[in-house]
Design a protein around this ligand. Structure first.
Ligand SMILES: [Mg+2]
Length: 181
């Protein structure tokens, strides 16, 4: 499992919720539209496993998409992602709603986004992440660019970083005597 860069470790140890953009992050940004107008997308199984691992570790996962598709609804249901917001015009407004719904603070939230409409959330969250194949204008506002591309394991990479950073904290905590590790 990947180790977290030392300068990011503290930030990542605070994270309780990972929010994900869909197009370009959970996918490579491609959209398939058939002749009846039905949209489909390609998801990476490794990313799905990353989401499952996070949830098992007690980290919440949410999805925010500017578009709306049945494929995303189905994939979210498969993975047990209940914080699902599609057809979002103003991502900041949705972000505020999620904070109210979860009771979490900016420092406890990470966001992965790849395009201009993601910038307001990326500026607000505790840990801001983008992918190497995203819009380059996002780079200056993020803390971390994944090695894996969007739609090709980027979410898995971030999931492993969060789990690894938080496991390190558990191992070091003097109060950890509940036998959970
Ligand atoms: Mg996107």
């Amino acid at each position: 499992m990947k180790a977290i860069p030392a300068d990011l470790r503290k930030k990542v140890q605070e994270i309780k919720l990972l929010l994900l953009d869909v197009d370009g992050v959970l996918t490579d940004g491609g959209i398939y539209i058939d002749d009846r107008g039905v949209e489909s997308k390609r998801f990476d199984v490794r990313d799905g496993q990353g989401i499952t691992l996070l949830k098992r570790a007690g980290i919440k996962v949410g999805v925010i998409s500017g578009r709306s598709s049945g494929a995303v609804r189905r994939r979210a249901a498969e993975l047990g992602v209940k914080l699902l917001y599609q057809g979002v015009r103003d991502k900041s407004e949705t972000y505020e709603r999620i904070k109210t719904r979860t009771g979490l603070k900016d420092e406890q939230i990470a966001y992965m986004g790849d395009d201009i409409m993601d910038i307001p959330i990326l500026r607000a969250v505790g840990w801001a992440i983008t992918v190497p194949n995203g819009w380059p204008g996002v780079r200056p506002v993020v803390d971390y660019v994944t090695e894996a591309k969007g739609g090709r394991g980027a979410v898995r990479e971030v999931s492993e970083l969060i789990i690894s950073a938080q496991n390190q904290r558990k191992l070091r905590s003097p109060n950890n005597n509940n036998g959970s590790i």
